[in-house]
Structure formats: structure tokens, C-alpha cells
Design a protein around this ligand. Structure first.
Ligand code: HEM
Length: 238
């Protein structure tokens, strides 16, 4: 932004103000993402526990999958972002540790949640909800294995160039996270969820509002890794 010096009227670039405005924008989006994660995960858990304990297989899979994908995986991806509230003060090495722990825990919970519901059914992956969940599960597994080569990218640099493990890791992670969102939205589209939300919330459309919130935080979360993947790809071709 070009501003005039109040002393002599000469014009100069105010880089500070520009970065500051961008910082505020990024921190606000980060806060919004955390609020939306809380609402979506909170409502899903309330729904899963609506009949109290013990949980049946469907409710247990909702708890495990939503905590795995929409809470732990989401926080795991955010933890590497420079503007993320709770990791901004951490050293890079500790951010990576937080990312690794959250993603391992999230992936395990999500995969177990998906498998227990599949085992509970006679015919598998016959619905769009199940099909997208299967894609998310496959990409999560690949991303987990690929994450290890990214973690040891420095040690493995002689056999695998760093970008070759990191770029696919980001792409697989983003695909897993987005397909889990699509599966979640198909889950929220089931009539038993829609009728429950119209009992506890506004008369109708609340389920769609929750889908919108889930889509919004997913979009906010994937922007940063996509920019990183793009920049890394450009660097490979330069
Ligand atoms: C990211 C979150 C979720 C994931 C990854 C997920 C994953 C899965 C998987 C893998 C199956 C078994 C599919 C099969 O073997 O055919 C399934 C079934 C099912 N899920 Fe989910 N689920 C999620 C959230 C939800 C939510 C929020 C609801 C409801 C509110 C829900 C309701 C159901 C129902 C009713 C079935 C049985 C019918 C079907 O297969 O479509 N799920 N889910």
C-alpha cells in the first residue's frame, strides 16, 4: 500500500500495514475455523449420544469418524500453519511433532470408526456416504505411510528428493480430508439426522447449515497446504 509521509508528503510503500492487515485476516479465518470445528463436532457428538449409553455401532462410528477426521485431522493440518493460534508460539520441530501425533491419532480413530460400521453391514459401500468414506479411508492410509517418508525426508534425501515425498503427502492429505467432508455431508443428509436437528434446533435447514459450516472450515484449512504444495511444485520445475 502506498502512503504519504505526514512530515514531508513524500510517498513510500507501507509493507508493515499490508502484512498486518493480512495477519489479522489470517488470524480471523483461523479463529473462525476453530469455532466451526467446535460447532460441527459438538453437534455430531450430541447427536451420537442422544439416546445415552451404550452407543450402537452407527453412533460409535459417528463419534470416532468425526473426532478422527473433523477434529484431530483438522487440528493436525492447522498445527503446521504459521498463523494457527495454539501452535504459533511453538518451534517448527514441535509443530511437526504436534502434526504427527494428531494425524496418527486422527487417522487411527477415523479408520477404526469406518471399519466398525462396515463390519456392521451386510452389503458394503453401496451408498454415496460409504463410497466417499472408502475413498477417504484409502487416501488417509496412503497419507499416513507417505507421512513417514516426509517426516524422515532429510535422512532419506539421498534416495527420495524431499519434494517427492512432501508434495504427494499434502495432496493425499487434502483429498482424504475433502472426501471425509463429502461423506460427512451425506451422513448429515440422512433423514434421522435431519429430523433430530429440527427437534433440537431451528425448524428446518439446520442440517444444511451444519454442512455449510463443515464445508467452510474444510476450505479454510486446505488453503494453506494447497499454496505450499503449489509453491513446492513450482520450485521443482524451476
Ligand atoms: C466423516 C464422518 C463419517 C465417516 C468417515 C463415515 C464412514 C462410514 C462408513 C465407512 C460406513 C460404512 C459404509 C459401508 O460399508 O457401506 C458408514 C455407514 C453409515 N454412516 Fe457414516 N461416516 C461418517 C459420519 C456419519 C454421520 C455424521 C452419520 C449420520 C448422522 C452417518 C451415518 C451412517 C449410516 C446411517 C450408515 C449406514 C448406511 C450407509 O452405509 O450409508 N455417518 N459411514
Amino acid at each position: 500500500m502506498v502512503v504519504a509521509d505526514p512530515e514531508n508528503g513524500s510517498k513510500f510503500e507501507n509493507v508493515e500495514t499490508e502484512n498486518y492487515a493480512l495477519k489479522i485476516f489470517q488470524s480471523t479465518l483461523n479463529l473462525l475455523a476453530h469455532i466451526l470445528i467446535g460447532i460441527v463436532v459438538g453437534i455430531s457428538i450430541m447427536f451420537a449420544f442422544r439416546n445415552g449409553l451404550p452407543l450402537n455401532m452407527t453412533n460409535l462410528h459417528i463419534v470416532l469418524c468425526v473426532i478422527g477426521y473433523q477434529l484431530l485431522m483438522a487440528e493436525g493440518i492447522l498445527s503446521l500453519c504459521a498463523h494457527n493460534s495454539w501452535t504459533a508460539g511453538l518451534r517448527v520441530v514441535d509443530r511437526r511433532r504436534a502434526h504427527t501425533i494428531l494425524l496418527i491419532m486422527g487417522s487411527v480413530l477415523a479408520i477404526v470408526g469406518s471399519l466398525i460400521k462396515s463390519a456392521d453391514k451386510n452389503v458394503n459401500f453401496n451408498t454415496l456416504h460409504g463410497k466417499f468414506a472408502l475413498v477417504a479411508m484409502v487416501f488417509t492410509t496412503v497419507c499416513l505411510v507417505n507421512g513417514l517418508t516426509s517426516l524422515y525426508a532429510y535422512e532419506l534425501r539421498k534416495c527420495i528428493p524431499g519434494s517427492f515425498s512432501k508434495i504427494p503427502h499434502i495432496v493425499f492429505g487434502v483429498v482424504a480430508f475433502v472426501t471425509s467432508l463429502i461423506s460427512l455431508c451425506y451422513g448429515f443428509d440422512y433423514n434421522f439426522f435431519k429430523s433430530w436437528t429440527s427437534n433440537v434446533g431451528p425448524p428446518f435447514g439446520f442440517a444444511y447449515a451444519i454442512m455449510g459450516m463443515a464445508a467452510a472450515f474444510t476450505f479454510i484449512i486446505i488453503v494453506n497446504p494447497m499454496i505450499t504444495a503449489f509453491n513446492k511444485t513450482v520450485r521443482v520445475f524451476k
